[in-house]
Design a protein around this ligand. Structure first.
Ligand SMILES: Nc1nc2c(ncn2[C@@H]2O[C@H](COP(=O)(O)OP(=O)(O)O)[C@@H](O)[C@H]2O)c(=O)[nH]1
Ligand SMILES: [Mg+2]
Length: 442
């Protein structure tokens, strides 16, 4: 489970706890430690943060008008933000940027993304292919530059990177010039020679170190290594979209005193964001800001007080319409995750259109009875075989389907008695104008 999903579950726990007392705070802090360590945050930092949260929650005076629950949430929110470093303000004047980092960190893509970022702001931008280790890197950057419409400079077959830079400096009339340099599999003396020469020739205004989020807390060590060679003015952490270790990488870099400047959130040119810990933590928690968080807490506790009818049974038919409905709805509303439903439907949806189609054909090969009572299938290999051949799938596919279904069944079982939750969902579906046909079971 990713950091965001785990944190949202923790917040849901605070939201739903019958009482918030010292015991609840301590148990929350222990859970938080576990979650942060699992996403590769340095253990010392974890203890520092959790101590801070615990002592502030238990010692400090509550803020006016807040319940202890809200008080704890506010502290958690504020401390997480402080933990993730400072917001960055990119330069908005003429300047030269050097990108450095190891192989595969995302330098070349980031050169394109930064170029696109500044081009959109109205600057004249050029990119320089100074990765002389791999000719393919120059072509990759040239293609990106054509795609986004910025100038491109390189010298093919030139073994000295600094000469490529020298030549680009002589030709460029751009406001912003971005240099893509070569990586290595590890930090070594050849890389440091090359970067030193580029540094002397270019005299960069910004030297960004590009790191991949999936290296987790090692990010801190790398930031220090590079910084001792060329002062790193900012760290760009890429692949934040695909890694559960992003929180670890960000906090480790922050601890070295380097600033996070941008984060990469995907492979497309627009997937670059100026770093802002408020936004980052907001995204993790599924709310825009502390006001948003408080509002959700209120909504949830109001909903808890409403009463509702008992839930209907959760069947395969229900499962299928739930998947279709969730797909229509897009990213799940924060309320879902606040209530502890976290990201299960999203996980399933991320398996894509093809999977949904396969589910559809599997379901249509089932009898009415089976759709009402999945245990019939679970118990019988011959039924599974019949469904597999009817839907053109393998026995494994059928088992995978049943296992997904069982997960959802368990999850909804937890909420069977939770009337407030059901009411809340009903209200959301009616009020929000969302079209969720046949959404039984919840
Ligand atoms: N998902 C994701 N992939 C990225 C991101 N940044 C880079 N990549 C991918 O990571 C791979 C290596 O990137 P590249 O820019 O060539 O790395 P370089 O060796 O440092 O120049 C490529 O497949 C990129 O598309 C990001 O923020 N998110
Ligand atoms: Mg590259």
């Amino acid at each position: 489970m990713d950091l965001g999903a785990s944190l949202r579950q923790l917040v849901a726990k605070i939201t739903r706890a019958p009482v918030i007392d010292e015991k609840a705070v301590k148990s929350f802090v222990r859970d938080l430690q576990r979650v942060l360590i699992a996403s590769d945050v340095n253990i010392k930092l974890v203890f520092k943060l959790s101590k801070q949260i615990e002592s502030r929650a238990l010692d400090s005076k509550k803020l006016e008008g807040l319940t202890l629950r809200e008080h704890l949430l506010k502290i958690v929110h504020d401390e997480l933000i402080a933990f993730m470093g400072e917001a960055y303000t990119p330069r908005m004047d003429k300047h030269k940027i050097l990108l450095m980092g190891l192989f595969g960190a995302g330098k070349t893509s980031t050169a394109g993304k930064l170029a696109y970022f500044y081009k959109k702001k109205g600057f004249k931008v050029g990119v320089v292919g100074a990765d002389v280790e791999r000719p393919a890197a120059q072509e990759q950057l040239q293609q990106l530059s054509e795609q986004i419409g910025v100038n491109f400079y390189t010298i093919k077959n030139e073994p000295e990177a600094y000469k490529v830079v020298e030549d680009a400096l002589a030709k460029s009339k751009d406001d912003i010039l971005i240099i893509d340099s070569a990586g290595r599999s590890a930090f070594d003396s050849r890389l440091s020679d090359e970067l030193t020469k580029i540094g002397k020739t270019l005299n960069p205004d910004e030297s960004y170190l590009v790191l991949s989020a999936d290296i987790g807390q090692v990010a801190g060590k790398q930031a220090e290594e590079f910084n001792s060679l060329i002062p790193v003015t900012g760290v760009i952490v890429t692949k934040m979209d695909g890694s559960g270790k992003g929180g670890g990488a960000l906090s480790a870099v922050g601890a070295t005193g380097s600033k996070i400047s941008f984060i990469g959130m995907g492979e497309k040119m627009e997937d670059l964001q100026v770093y802002d810990p408020v936004k980052y933590v907001g995204r993790l928690l599924g709310v825009p800001d502390i006001e948003g968080l408080m509002e959700k807490v209120k909504e949830v506790s109001e909903a808890e007080q409403l009463s509702g009818e008992d839930l209907k049974e959760f069947t395969i038919d229900a499962f299928y319409s739930q998947l279709k409905a969730a797909k229509k709805m897009g990213p799940l509303d924060g309320v879902f995750s606040m209530m502890g439903l976290s990201d299960v439907p999203k996980d399933m949806l991320s398996q894509g259109e093809g999977r949904l189609k396969q589910f559809e054909s599997i379901i249509s090969s089932m009898t009415k009875e089976e759709r009402k009572d999945a245990s019939l299938i679970k118990k019988s290999r011959s039924r599974m075989e019949r469904i597999a051949s009817g839907s053109g799938s393998s026995l494994e596919d059928i088992r995978a389907f049943i296992s997904q279904f069982s997960k959802m069944e368990k999850m909804f079982g937890r909420f069977r008695k939770d009337r407030g939750f059901r009411k809340k969902l009903e209200k959301m579906m009616k009020g929000g104008g969302m079209n969720m046909p046949n959404l039984p079971g919840i």
